[in-house]
Write a protein of this length. Structure first.
Length: 125
């Protein structure tokens, strides 16, 4: 019986599913959630407090998509009131290093970016 050919992922191909994955991991909220969860389990309210500017709706939506993609695990404890926390899966932990490098780069180079923006003047639309 012939084996099906393994599809090679190509993020430059508009029809490749890896584009959706790249969009997910390149999202700022994903990067920040993974950055916080890299330190261990967090409850929803802890994530919301630690990630400045994220709305409840966006946090909920991003956590659901990360869970669906197998990057985050949601644990519900059978207590009253309900206790839910989130942690990185092994796959999610594999994103720690590249996303932490990106966050570090952004923090380190922000003064240069701000100076460049100031020299360029107002943003054009």
């Amino acid at each position: 019986m012939a084996r099906a050919a393994r599809q090679v992922a190509d993020v430059l191909d508009a029809g490749c599913p890896s584009r959706v994955l790249l969009d997910r991991v390149a999202d700022k909220w994903t990067a920040l959630i993974i950055h916080v969860l890299a330190d261990g389990r967090r409850r929803f309210s802890e994530l919301e407090r630690q990630i400045g500017g994220i709305s409840q709706k966006m946090l909920t939506q991003t956590l659901r998509e990360l869970e669906r993609d197998g990057l985050v695990e949601r644990t519900v404890y059978p207590v009253v009131p309900p206790h839910v926390d989130y942690r990185l899966t092994p796959l999610g932990r594999s994103l720690r290093e590249p996303l932490e490098a990106l966050c570090d780069w952004a923090e380190r180079h922000m003064p240069e970016i701000q100076a460049s923006r100031a020299r360029s003047g107002p943003r054009r639309r």
